[in-house]
Design a binder for this molecule. Structure first.
Ligand SMILES: Cc1ncc(COP(=O)(O)O)c(C=O)c1O
Length: 457
């Protein structure tokens, strides 16, 4: 039965946050202590500012299968999975055996190894738009290199980036990832808002921001900058703002518009890669980008990145035109990890298993939301999904700003205290690995039911 949306009492949310935060602190004193100690030697006590979340980050001591243990020994079912880098789960036995074997043969050559060719062939097989690929070490490097290549190919300097999207932490794209409403400017022609200090004004001037799910606005922006824009970079499904799905026909129109303006289309598949489907987002939305960027789950948890496209674009990578370099590029540990993960572990059945568990979890959330009328919705695609505390689905970044962050925080804490670990940051998704079980999902669903009972009081 579908109910009218109810209002969750703000005083109740405050009460739950206070109680759950106290409980969290009681359970995790050693994380608190090591974090305080770490602040002396690491800014904010962490190595990536994404990890510095209130009340303090959980420090982790080990992980295995679908489980992860914090420094105090508390056990969680891990739905964070390295921000979605571990579709394979933790310490998969097949992967461990392969990596132990590789370690015995050396961890770094900085000369090519055969596995880099085999892994490249597997990526070409899986990802339709790719004819050739180059490896790097992170998603950040993948988007940085893809943009340089697009600029060289088109001989243009500017890029268009979508408001609310995240493509890593290099200067070109660290713009308007989460701008304040005041700074963001007009909705259909947003300002470029650097997300960090230290980015030169020249770089800022070369990144133009467009809204998601608005092909006409993009067309207009490209017309204003006719002949200046090298590429539009976007995730086909935004995953920096929960999960934001494209409206019917939007991606195809983006493809048509970019083609008409002679602009390359780069799909950032760092998160979507193998997690939404074996061959990534273009398997689900058959729109052909010119370049794609990969990282995270293609490497079985080892540091990896890759970018690829048609040979006529990739051929600019040579000693005269585009330089693509890196001491650790194609290193034997990451290559072996990626190859074994993609060819031996990620069978069609393994993909189906993770996707089916994710769909079942989303269904149990949806049924409860429909029957209680809670002001939230669920988005799920393949092994990824999330709950967003806004009654209606958000279609762009401005609408996403209306998500209730206090309620999102209460949800994160409540689940963590009951052994369900989500990514830090309240804007991310669950990932379900090939090692998660039906029992893991049932436990998660039970805890969500308890949370709903609490906030419906
Ligand atoms: C879509 C997307 N692109 C790029 C990146 C950057 O990847 P990395 O953190 O490996 O540099 C991320 C990281 O979360 C991402 O979500």
């Amino acid at each position: 039965m579908l109910r009218e949306p109810i209002t969750v009492r703000p005083d109740l949310v405050g009460e739950i946050v206070a109680r759950e935060e106290a409980e969290f602190k009681k359970r995790t004193p050693r994380s608190h202590e090591i974090h305080e100690r770490g602040k002396a030697s690491l800014p904010m006590g962490v190595s990536s500012s994404f990890q510095a979340v209130p009340p303090y980050p959980l420090f982790i001591s080990r992980a295995e299968g679908s489980r992860i243990w914090d420094y105090d020994g508390n056990e969680y079912i891990d739905f964070h999975l390295g921000f979605g880098s571990l579709l394979v789960g933790h310490s998969h036995p097949v992967l461990m055996a392969a990596l132990r074997d590789q370690l015995g043969k050396g961890s770094l050559y900085s000369l090519p190894c055969p596995d880099s060719v085999f892994l490249a062939e597997e990526l070409v097989r899986r990802f339709a738009p790719i004819e050739q690929v180059r490896f790097c070490n992170s998603g950040t490097e993948a988007t940085m290199d893809a943009i340089r290549l697009a600029r060289a190919h088109t001989r243009r300097d500017k890029i268009v980036k979508i408001e609310g999207a995240y493509h890593g932490h290099h200067d070109n794209v660290l713009m308007s990832t989460k701008p304040s409403l005041e700074a963001a400017g007009p909705a259909r022609h947003p300002n470029t808002v650097p997300a960090s200090q230290g980015i030169p004004a020249d770089v800022k001037n070369n990144t133009i921001i467009a809204p998601y799910n608005d092909a006409e606005a993009l067309d207009q922006i490209l017309s204003e900058h006719e002949g200046e824009v090298a590429a539009v970079i976007t995730e086909a499904v935004l995953m920096n703002v929960g999960i934001m799905l494209p409206q019917e026909g939007y991606l195809q129109r983006v493809r048509d518009i970019t083609r008409r303006h002679g602009v390359l289309l780069i799909f950032d598949e760092v998160k979507t890669g193998v997690t939404v489907a074996p061959g990534g987002i273009t398997e689900l939305y058959p729109v052909e980008p010119d370049l794609i960027c990969l990282a995270k789950s293609i490497g079985g948890g080892m540091p990896i990145g890759a970018f690829g496209g048609r040979e006529e674009i990739m051929r600019h990578i040579n000693h005269q035109e585009v330089l693509h370099l890196g001491t650790f590029n194609g290193n034997p540990m990451s290559m072996r990890a990626g190859l074994v993960t993609l060819t031996e572990i990620f069978t069609p059945e393994a993909h189906a298993h993770a996707n089916q568990l994710s769909a079942a979890l989303a269904k149990s959330y949806e049924d409860l939301i429909a029957s209680t009328g809670l002001p939230m919705h669920v988005a799920q695609i393949g092994a990824k999904g999330c709950a967003m505390f806004r009654h209606e689905r958000a279609r762009n970044y401005r609408a996403w700003l209306e998500v209730d962050m206090e309620l999102s925080f209460a949800y994160w804490l409540f689940l963590a205290n009951r052994g369900i670990l989500f990514p830090p940051g309240l804007d991310d998704q669950w990932t379900i690995s090939v090692q998660h079980s039906q029992a893991d999902i049932e436990h998660h669903a039970r805890v969500f039911h308890e949370f709903v009972a609490e906030i419906s009081r």
